[in-house]
Write a protein that binds this ligand. Structure first.
Ligand SMILES: [Zn+2]
Ligand SMILES: [Zn+2]
Length: 243
């Protein structure tokens, strides 16, 4: 597991591990637009360290609309996500369409010529860390024959850090989703509650902000990013929001 650390040093064009800055997009993918037509903000991007299971070596990018700031909560609890859920998500309580886009890829593409216009571009670093898993047991006993390892897998929660890998901290319990390609989405990284990113001074405050001077993802909900292990599409990734 790696804890993601934010620096005050500005990010420069071509930097791969950044808040804001110049996105390194998958081949053939344009800068993402919200359902409302606005160009999305690049909140952050980074190269996933090589020793992270399944996604090590991928480049991850997380975008959200500057205007649409909502939680991603689907109506009707189904673990099967619909075809092209990244463009047309299942019906949401808060928005009529996708106001975020999360992408992973290994393409040899260049940074875009122009940077994100909302966030102050900053460098990210990664610190190897040890996960601490707590066994959370809501009134259940170990079932017959279940060993402690599988109990941790089924019921364990990790630290509420800004982190890559490890175990999600699942405030409201584990959630799992199936990609339209048939694979089960796999946890990649986690963004803690009320993680704010400094905006450029001349930009307006974010609608429904939790902290003036900063923009946040998904109303500040804790977010667990799950993605398709088969990499069936660069945007086959789903943000689980909990609080
Ligand atoms: Zn929008
Ligand atoms: Zn898939």
């Amino acid at each position: 597991m790696y804890v993601i650390e934010r620096h005050n040093d500005p990010a420069t064009p071509g930097a791969r591990d950044t808040v804001g800055g110049w996105p390194i997009l998958p081949a053939g993918e344009p800068w993402p637009l919200c359902f409302c037509g606005e160009r999305m903000i690049l909140f952050f991007q980074f190269d996933i360290p090589a020793d992270i299971a399944v996604f090590g070596g991928d480049h991850l990018l997380v975008f959200q609309c500057p205007t649409h700031n909502d939680a991603v909560v689907a109506k009707g609890v189904s673990d099967q996500l619909p075809p092209r859920f990244w463009d047309t998500p299942p019906p949401l309580y808060t928005a009529p369409g996708a106001f975020w886009r999360i992408m992973l890829h290994r393409d040899h593409t260049s940074p875009t010529p122009d940077p994100d216009e909302y966030l102050r571009p900053r460098r990210l670093d990664f610190r190897p860390a040890t996960e601490q898993v707590t066994l959370w047991w809501p009134g259940e006993a170990l079932s017959d024959g279940q060993d402690l390892d599988s109990a941790f897998t089924d019921h364990g929660i990790g630290l509420p850090e800004f982190k890559i890998g490890g175990v999600p901290s699942w405030i409201q319990g584990r959630e799992s989703y199936t990609c339209p390609c048939g694979d089960n989405l796999v946890y990649v990284c986690q963004i803690p509650t009320d993680t704010g990113f400094d905006k450029h001074h001349h930009r307006p405050e974010q609608p429904d902000t939790f902290r003036f001077g900063q923009y946040g993802l998904f109303l500040g909900n804790e977010t667990y990013v799950l993605a398709c292990p088969a990499h069936c599409h660069p945007a086959a990734a789903w943000p689980v929001n909990q609080n």
